[in-house]
Design a protein around this ligand. Structure first.
Ligand code: PMP
Length: 407
């Protein structure tokens, strides 16, 4: 099967919008993806017909919403090939999931003098929760560096690990460089030293097939809104034995078994980690988004997006003074760049006038910018609903901006 781009684009109503009178060229997919009708319709259907708080009701609507939520959990389970559906915890997103692990796993297993390893190319969401933990516990945060092409220096990992290292938190794909990290290899190195691994899949879940059992990953986190689902919903996958051994993080609602003022006991997985009214409608929307992605096929999506990135890279490299940050051999979906003498904000704002949406700034990865001694970049990020014609518009747009700056 190949991508039927015309059919796909019709699924995304927003792609028909005009911006400043120009056809929208949406190249900000790493920040958030647009939503297909199938997802929007599912949300509307539930709000119109079935909405009711889950888990607590005996009535029809409550059962309908509860079933929808649990069905969505099963969809996620199958998508990432988790052994059990209760290993899938719904959170509000990647950031929330990392915070859950940093607080709960961190509380139980990380103490004074222990060590946490992150990489130099992490999103702030996979740095700051660990920094907060390390401050609280007087533990140490260590950093695995990357080289100037944007590839992790894997050869340094084993040397960074000590007997005090408890967890490595690392992204699968960098949101500012596009590097695909060898997470399978990292997990093997870590496990050989008895270290747990959290993989931030915020930028990979929508592009790459992930099998958590095959990878043997301990924790995997991602956001619904980056895989064509709603905002405000995300996933923490964790191995059953780890999640069972971890204390609850937030209290209240469905996470209890029994409450007395003397002692409270906690519910079983996954509910132990889902305090308060869960975001069940968006969980159901996430299920619809994953089904949509599956209906196209991750393999087809990946191959087509790879073609787009390569096409865009070749075109951009012909522009005088343009430098791409992130040139790893294994990369996808993201091109970060600067053009000599043109500030990234100017580039972004002028492209916007042409209907082209790109992101500018540090992309919540300030250490990446510090590595290259720059303040930020322009970032174009691609989805399977983008076309080569849109990349041509983007390329011509950059040329126009360069001409304005007399390049
Ligand atoms: N990690 C990575 C690699 C990301 O790209 C992002 C989003 N830009 C996040 C974490 C945070 O995701 P969210 O804001 O959805 O929690």
């Amino acid at each position: 099967m190949t991508i039927d781009i015309n059919k796909i684009r019709k699924d995304f109503p927003i792609l028909e919008e005009k911006i400043h009178g120009k056809a929208l060229v949406y190249l900000d997919n790493a920040a958030t993806t647009q939503k297909p009708r199938q997802v929007i319709d599912k949300l509307t259907e539930y709000y119109y017909k079935y909405n009711s708080n889950i888990h607590r009701g005996v009535h029809y609507l409550s059962n309908k919403s509860t079933d929808g939520n649990e069905n969505a959990r099963a969809i996620v389970q199958n998508f990432i090939h988790a052994k059990h559906s209760h290993e899938v915890i719904f959170t509000s997103g990647t950031t929330d999931s990392v915070n859950l692990v940093a607080n709960s796993f961190g509380d139980r297993y990380i103490g004074q003098g222990d060590e946490v390893i992150v990489s130099e190319m992490e999103h702030h969401s996979n740095i700051v929760p660990w920094q907060l933990l390390c401050e609280r516990k007087k533990a140490k945060l260590k950093v695995l560096p990357f080289d100037d092409s944007g590839e992790l220096m894997i050869e340094k990992l084993d040397g960074l690990i000590t007997d005090s290292t408890k967890i490595i938190a690392i992204n699968h794909i960098s949101n500012s460089l596009g590097t695909i990290n060898p997470i399978g290899e990292i997990i093997k190195i870590a496990h050989a030293r008895n270290v747990r691994v959290l993989v931030d899949a915020a930028q990979s879940i929508q592009h790459k097939k992930i099998d958590v059992q095959e990878l043997d990953v301990d924790f995997l986190v991602f956001s619904g809104h980056k895989i064509y689902g709603p905002t405000g919903i995300g996933v923490l996958y964790g191995k059953e034995e780890l999640l069972n051994a971890m204390p609850p993080w937030k209290g209240g609602g469905e996470m209890i078994q029994e409450v007395t003022f003397e002692k409270t006991t906690y519910n079983e997985l996954p509910f132990k980690f889902e305090a308060g009214t869960p975001n069940y409608i968006d969980a159901i929307g996430l299920g619809a988004a994953i089904e949509y992605v599956q209906s196209i096929g991750l393999h087809e999506i990946d191959a087509y997006e790879q073609e787009l990135v390569e096409y865009a890279t070749q075109k951009l490299l012909t522009i005088k003074g343009l430098k791409i940050y992130g040139t790893a051999k294994e990369k996808t979906s993201v091109i970060s760049f600067l053009v000599d003498g043109i500030h990234f904000y100017d580039m972004g704002m002028l492209l916007d006038q042409l209907g082209i949406a790109v992101r500018t700034g540090t992309h919540c990865t300030e250490p990446v910018m510090q590595h290259f001694k720059i303040d930020g970049t322009v970032r174009a990020s691609f989805s399977f609903y983008n076309t080569k014609e849109e990349i041509d518009v983007f390329y011509n747009g950059i040329l126009k901006v360069c001409a304005m700056f007399a390049h």
